[in-house]
Ligand binder design. Structure first.
Ligand code: PLP
Length: 397
């Protein structure tokens, strides 16, 4: 066990200390190399030490780090224009994290109805298993008891219906409903993909009732599924979208994107952030976009995804006693275990492969999007050895 630490005890950390990263590899203080299929929880979208990102950060570091939003920040304007150009959005607000992007999204939706003369419309409907962050607002939105317990009354105005339950959703909508908030693929609760048809029905329902559709693409966005944003697979567009994680490639930034209509209430003075959109973050974010929007990048993600899917399907066939199901899209994949996922994860780490636990007894594989087919196969081989280890220890027990 770790000794007493001055750090909050909020994390059950693995006793691994990484000193350096190179592409899909992380290297410990003692020089051991780990293949990183966790990417800092789907954050290091371009892997570790990507030369273009390092260059962008270093160049900006020599110019100016921070000026605040009292002044114009050219990097914000460039970044926002590029995001708007590539998506449904007209307007962008920059944050430092996913939860803050969601806070902005929720405030934007409420403010839209207020602006249109309906201050009573402030309720947001979300789905069981959702994860939207750890602020007081986003734990209320996520609705998970384990994150709400002991933190006082849940922030009002958040209602939850079962995952994928259209009838329950329709029942839950009232005159006070402002918006529906959903992750196109639930990440934390086990890579649960929302069917395309369901997203299309949500869009139609919102249009019919004058509600706003908010997508949380903090984890599924920025190329993770092989499209720039996961909702593109369904052909629909949201009114508001929260983005973070992969958009900064490891630099802590987030963004709330909205249509001009949805953002109409967010006038001067209604919202703000000291650090949000600071020049360092904007330099890195723009550099991430250079790569992700580059020729062939998303096709590469789709191609490597196929290597994974075939390899994982074969593993599932050969290890039905260990692996129950493979889930996900692109490089946002989940392995639902038959055995306790913690046991499988431990064996995986034993093979110097890093993956991320999720709910529903699932292990997440969210490697850097820059991973090659060869590196994917190396990871699959390690996964196979991990499955063998778990099987052997089961036989011995
Ligand atoms: C990680 C995550 C968040 C919260 O992001 P933070 O940067 O930790 O605040 C919100 N929504 C989803 C879907 C996430 O995966």
């Amino acid at each position: 066990m770790a000794e007493a630490t001055p750090l909050y005890d909020t994390y059950a950390r693995a006793t691994l200390r990484f000193e350096r990263g190179e592409g899909v590899w992380l290297i410990t203080e003692t020089g051991e190399r780990y293949l990183d299929f966790g990417a800092g929880v789907a954050v290091n979208s371009l892997g570790h030490g990507h030369p273009h990102l390092v260059e962008a950060l270093k160049t900006q570091a020599d110019k100016v780090w921070h000026v605040s939003n009292i002044y114009e920040v050219p990097g914000q304007e460039t970044f926002a224009s590029r995001l708007a150009e590539a998506t449904f959005a007209d307007k962008v607000f920059f944050t430092n994290s996913g939860a803050e992007a969601l806070e902005c999204a929720i405030k934007t939706a409420r403010r839209y109805h207020f602006h249109n003369g309906h201050p009573e419309k402030f309720h947001i409907i979300t789905f069981a298993g959702a994860f939207h962050g750890r602020t007081l607002g986003t734990i209320a939105a996520g609705g998970q008891a384990k994150y709400l317990e002991g933190f006082g009354p849940k922030a009002p105005g958040f209602y939850q219906v079962p995952f994928g339950d259209m009838a329950a959703l329709k029942d839950a909508i009232t005159e006070e409903t402002a918006a529906i908030l959903i992750e196109p693929i639930q990440g934390e609760s086990g890579i649960r993909v929302v069917p395309k048809e369901f997203l299309q029905e949500l869009r139609a329902l919102c249009d019919e009732l004058g509600l706003l559709l908010i997508l949380d693409e903090v984890q599924s966005g920025v190329g993770r599924t092989g499209k720039l944003f996961a909702h593109e697979w369904s052909g629909i567009e949201p009114d508001i979208m929260a983005v973070a994680k992969g958009i900064g490639g490891g630099f802590p930034i987030g963004a709330c994107l909205a249509t001009a209509a949805a953002a109409a209430g967010m006038v001067a003075g209604t919202h703000g952030s000291t650090y949000g959109g600071n020049p360092l973050g904007m330099a890195v974010g723009n550099a991430v976009l250079d790569v992700v929007l580059g020729e062939g990048f998303l096709t590469h993600v789709q191609d490597v995804s196929l290597v994974f899917r075939q390899g994982l399907a074969s593993l599932q066939d050969r290890f039905p006693d260990i692996i129950e199901e493979i889930r996900g899209e692109g490089l946002m994949l989940g392995v639902k275990a038959v055995v306790p996922a913690a046991d499988l994860l431990k064996a995986i780490r034993g093979q110097h492969l890093l993956a991320i636990p999720a709910g529903d007894n699932v292990i997440r594989l969210v490697p850097p999007l820059t991973i090659t087919a060869e590196e994917a196969r190396e990871g699959l081989a390690r996964l196979e050895r991990a499955a063998q280890t778990v099987r052997a220890s089961q036989a011995a027990a």
